[in-house]
Design a protein around this ligand. Structure first.
Ligand code: PLP
Length: 382
C-alpha cells in the first residue's frame, strides 16, 4: 500500500536538522514555552503577514481561544459551514454558543456567501439568537471566498474567525491564509500542510490587545504576576519540542508547497480528460493542497475505494457526514435535505493520496487505479 501522506519520507528529507533541533531543545530543558516557541511565533506572524501569532496546543484550541477572548457564549449564533471537520463547530458549542450551519459552494466546498447572508437574516428575523461571528474554513487548503465573507460580516457586525487548519500556506490574492479574518486559526497536526510531531496550533491576528488576552488565556488566564489569574483560560501551550520541529519544517515549507502544486498539476493533467470532476482553484487563489479531492458517483464510491485498495492505493472520505446531521447536534434540528450542496458533496467526495513526496511512478499508479476503478464500477452498475 502506498502511503496516503508520507510522513516518513518527510522526516528522512530533513532528518539531520530535525534531530539536531530536537536534541538542542531537549538539552535546554526549557520544555514549556521555551525560546523556540517565541521564535516560531515571530517567523509565522511574518509569513502570514499579521502582527501577532500565539502558538497553542492544537488547532481546536486555536479556534476556542479567540472565541473565549471575545467572550462568545450562550444566546449567540456563530455561523460555520456544515461541510468541514467537526472541530470547527465543536469549539462554538463548547462555549455554549449556537453553531448555525451554512451550505457550501459545490465547486470550492467553502462556505457559500449567499447561504451565509440568508442564515444571518433568518437568525435576525427569529430574534432568539444574536449573530456574533462567522468561521469560514479554507477546506482542503483552498482559501474561502474572503471578500464576500468579509463584506457580509461587516454589514451584519460579525467577527470573522478564519479556520485555516488546512489552508495554511494558501493565498487569496496577496494575502496569506491565516490573515483572512480578524483572527485566523491553524493546526500543526502531523497530516496538515505544516505539521509537527504531535499536536500543535496557532492563532494569528493584527489585534495586539486580543493577542494579549489569548496569550494569557493559553496559560490559565494568568495575569502579570505568577499564580495570579485575571480570567478563566485553558492549558494550551505549544511544547518547545514541537516548536523546534516546526522551525526546521518551516524552512522547507515553501519548497513543499511548490511540490504539492506540482503533484496537483500532474493530477489535473492526467485526470481532466477522462474525469472532469476534479478540484477547481478560482483565479487569484492558491491552494495549499492539504487534500486532493475529486467527485465520483455516490452509488459507486464504496466500490471504487475497494478496487483501489486492491491496487494498493489508499483513499479517504473527507467528510462523510455533514455537521448539521451529526448526532451530537440533533438538538439544533438539522434534517437531511436542508443544506443540499454540502450533503451531495459528502456523498460524492473522494480524496486521493496527496503529499509533496509523491513520486511520479506512484502517482501514475493512483491515476491508473482510479480511472480503472471508475470504469469497472460503472460497468458493474449496469
Ligand atoms: C484539523 C482541523 C481542525 C483541528 O485541528 P487539531 O489540531 O486537530 O485540533 C480544525 N478545523 C479543521 C478544518 C481541521 O482540518
Amino acid at each position: 500500500m502506498i502511503p496516503f501522506i508520507d510522513l516518513k519520507k518527510q522526516y528522512e528529507s530533513l532528518k539531520p536538522a530535525i534531530d539536531e533541533a530536537l536534541i538542542k531543545a531537549a538539552s535546554s530543558v526549557r520544555f514549556i514555552l521555551g525560546p523556540e516557541v517565541q521564535e516560531l511565533e515571530k517567523v509565522l506572524a511574518e509569513y502570514v503577514g499579521v502582527r501577532e501569532c500565539v502558538a497553542c496546543a492544537n488547532g481546536t484550541d486555536a479556534l476556542a481561544l479567540p472565541l473565549l477572548a471575545w467572550d462568545v457564549g450562550p444566546g449567540e449564533a456563530v455561523f460555520c459551514p456544515t461541510f468541514t471537520f467537526f472541530a470547527t463547530a465543536e469549539a462554538v458549542a463548547l462555549r455554549g454558543a449556537t453553531p448555525v450551519f451554512v451550505d457550501v459552494n459545490p465547486v470550492t466546498y467553502n462556505i457559500d456567501p449567499a447561504g451565509l447572508e440568508e442564515k444571518i437574516l433568518e437568525v435576525k428575523r427569529e430574534g432568539v439568537l444574536r449573530p456574533r461571528a462567522v468561521i469560514p474554513v479554507d477546506l482542503f487548503g483552498l482559501p474561502h471566498d474572503y471578500e464576500s465573507v468579509a463584506r457580509i460580516a461587516d454589514e451584519h457586525g460579525l467577527v470573522v474567525l478564519e479556520d485555516a487548519a488546512q489552508g495554511f500556506g494558501g493565498c487569496y490574492g496577496g494575502r496569506r491564509a491565516g490573515s483572512l479574518g480578524q483572527v485566523g486559526a491553524t493546526s500543526f497536526f502531523p497530516a496538515k500542510p505544516l505539521g509537527c510531531y504531535g499536536d500543535g496550533g496557532a492563532v494569528f491576528t493584527d489585534n495586539s490587545d486580543l493577542a494579549e488576552i489569548i496569550r494569557s488565556s493559553r496559560v490559565h488566564g494568568t495575569g502579570g504576576r505568577r499564580y495570579e489569574h485575571v480570567r478563566l483560560g485553558l492549558n494550551s501551550r505549544l511544547d518547545t519540542l514541537q516548536a523546534a520541529v516546526l522551525l526546521v519544517k518551516f524552512e522547507a515549507f515553501p519548497r513543499e508547497l511548490e511540490a504539492r502544486q506540482v503533484v496537483a498539476d500532474r493530477y489535473e493533467r492526467a485526470l481532466l480528460p477522462a474525469h472532469p470532476h476534479i478540484p477547481a482553484v478560482p483565479g487569484g487563489l492558491r491552494s495549499s493542497w492539504a487534500q486532493y479531492t475529486v467527485r465520483v458517483p455516490e452509488t459507486r464510491r464504496q466500490r471504487i475505494m475497494e478496487l483501489m485498495r486492491e491496487d494498493g492505493v489508499p483513499t479517504m472520505i473527507y467528510y462523510p457526514k455533514c455537521l448539521h446531521l451529526q448526532p451530537v447536534f440533533a438538538y439544533l434540528g438539522g434534517r437531511p435535505g436542508q443544506l443540499p450542496a454540502a450533503e451531495k458533496a459528502s456523498r460524492e467526495v473522494l480524496s486521493l493520496p496527496m503529499h509533496p513526496w509523491l513520486e511520479p511512478a506512484d502517482q501514475d499508479l493512483v491515476v491508473r487505479s482510479f480511472l480503472e476503478a471508475l470504469e469497472k464500477s460503472g460497468d458493474e452498475a449496469e
